[in-house]
Design a protein around this ligand. Structure first.
Ligand code: UD1
Ligand code: CA
Length: 465
């Protein structure tokens, strides 16, 4: 039998406890907006409608939901969760089936838990179900009121008396209901303490009207946490980080201090790679086997081969690093670069949109931009490719086995032929033929006894004073 399913995510309201000008559901958990976490989880369910309730004038919320199979409903004023679901009801006209309702601030839920919950709702032939969980200590969740073990109502923290406050079973804000129960929303009365319509009141109303309701303790406090404050947000991020890091360790990745790293869930890292403290691996980065990533490196959308060494405080963006290359410390590999196998890029070297050939070395203090450098070349300390004429960018070609002496400027467009040498301190503006030496500095000359004359002059001046 087919069970038609629709999903409503409540994501309007103020989120005042975040103390932010950004809507709560846009705050990021481990790099991903909260609302996308919930939308991703429900997108794994086979539902006919996915509706998200948002506040008016929240273009930025719409923007992060682009590309999702979602209908937006607008709640005109933040008048509570009951009113929020009512705002979605218009989009559900004619829908006959099960409605899954979730809070948009519960980002750690898994599709498996939701599927399990929907199965229980159907198996028990309930009209209304919810996921509950147990919390220790003080909190602001709604308490589950049971009578003879059966779900009777939810009492919000603010309205609970001393005895009710002691109840440890609480509401997760995830409900399944038969679509005909939407009719009960109009019976929810405004809560005078908060001036809001509580969706949680629908439980008591349904039970009083003879509908069958059930609460299922399916997850733990961490997975079902509702993010209300910056502290909740931070703790949820730590939970995700721990899951990612544990998964990588199971696959053979080592961490020196896993508590200090950031690793995007989409990143892939090979076995026997060692990650030192404070490393950030962002975007869709792929790192091969046997690599060492030393402290404070930030690697974004990069493709890194096997046995690569990334030394301290190196930044790599949208670039490819081939096997056995060594980068850093303090190197900056900017987008569009390809660093060849066994190449060595050292201290304070910046590389932009350049291809560096196999075994080539640029060990100190260089800028290489829009350059194509062959194999086994040696780029001396302080070499600069002058790629910009103030208007356009130009290309530098340095062929295999070239030796560029220190402190040289290579003014593009220009080509240094295979096996050529550039004398230290040269400014190269013309193509250099293969196997030749290009040198542009003036010849060294000596002025004999110059220092002796200088000393005498100083003595005279001192005597005058
Ligand atoms: C709610 C539940 C509480 C439950 C907890 C679980 C109610 C009255 N209380 O409390 O029983 O234990 O979640 O985390 O529902 N929202 C709107 N429009 C509004 C107000 C809120 O769309 O006018 C959305 C918010 O974006 C949020 C969700 O509904 O995603 C829950 O609202 P929130 O104010 O965080 O409710 P809690 O006080 O946490
Ligand atoms: Ca909440």
């Amino acid at each position: 039998m087919r069970h038609p399913l629709s999903v409503v995510i409540l994501a309007a309201g103020l989120g005042t406890r975040m103390k932010s000008s950004t809507p709560k559901v846009l705050h990021k958990i481990y790099g991903k907006p909260m609302i996308q976490c919930v939308a991703d989880a429900v997108s794994k369910l086979k539902s006919s409608h996915n509706i998200i309730v948002i506040s008016p004038n929240t273009e930025d919320v719409k923007a992060v939901l682009k590309g999702y199979n979602i209908t937006l409903a607008v709640q005109k004023e933040p008048k509570g969760t009951g009113d929020a679901l009512r705002s979605a009801a218009q989009k559900l006209k004619g829908f006959d089936g099960t409605l899954l309702v979730l809070n948009g601030d519960t980002p750690l839920i898994s599709p498996a838990m939701l599927q399990n919950f929907l199965r229980l709702h159907r198996q028990n032939k309930n009209d209304l179900s919810l996921i509950s969980f147990t919390v220790e200590g003080s909190h602001s969740y709604g308490r589950i009121i049971r009578e003879d073990g059966r779900l009777k109502a939810i009492i919000e923290d603010k309205d609970a008396d001393k005895e009710q406050k002691k109840i440890k079973e609480v509401n997760s804000g995830i409900y399944a209901m038969n679509s005909n129960l939407l009719g009960l929303l109009k019976e929810i009365k405004i809560n005078n303490k908060k001036g809001e319509y509580y969706l949680t009141d629908i439980i008591g109303i349904a039970v009083k009207n003879g509908y069958k309701a059930g609460a299922y303790p399916l997850g733990n406090e961490t997975e079902l946490t509702g993010i209300n404050t910056r502290e909740d947000l931070y703790k949820a991020g730590l939970y995700i980080r721990d899951m990612i890091v544990s998964g990588l360790m199971r696959n053979g990745v080592s961490f020196v201090d896993a508590s200090s790293v950031f690793i995007n869930p989409d990143a892939k890292i090979g076995a026997d790679t060692v990650i030192y403290p404070n490393v950030h691996i962002e975007g869709k980065t792929v790192i091969g086997k046997g690599c060492t990533i030393y402290p404070n490196a930030r690697i974004t959308d990069a493709n890194i081969g096997n046995n690569v060494i990334i030394k301290d405080s190196t930044v790599i963006e949208s670039s490819t690093i081939k096997d056995k290359a060594a980068i850093g410390p303090f190197a900056h590999i900017r987008p569009g670069s390809i660093i060849g196998p066994s190449a060595k890029i050292g201290n304070f070297v910046e590389i932009k949109k350049s291809v560096i050939g196999e075994g080539t070395k640029a060990s100190h203090l260089s800028y290489l931009g829009d350059a194509e450098i062959g194999r086994h070349a040696n780029i001396g300390a302080g070499t600069i490719t002058c790629n910009y004429d103030g208007k356009n960018k130009h290309k530098t070609i340095i062929e295999d086995d070239v030796f560029v002496g220190s402190d040289s400027q290579i003014v593009a467009p220009v080509k240094v032929g295979k096996g050529a040498y550039v004398g230290a301190g040269s400014t190269i503006t013309k193509d250099v033929p293969p196997l030749s030496l290009a040198i542009t500095r003036t010849e060294q000359r000596h002025i004999e006894k110059w220092a002796v004359r200088k000393m005498k002059q100083k003595k005279v001046e001192r005597a005058k004073r």
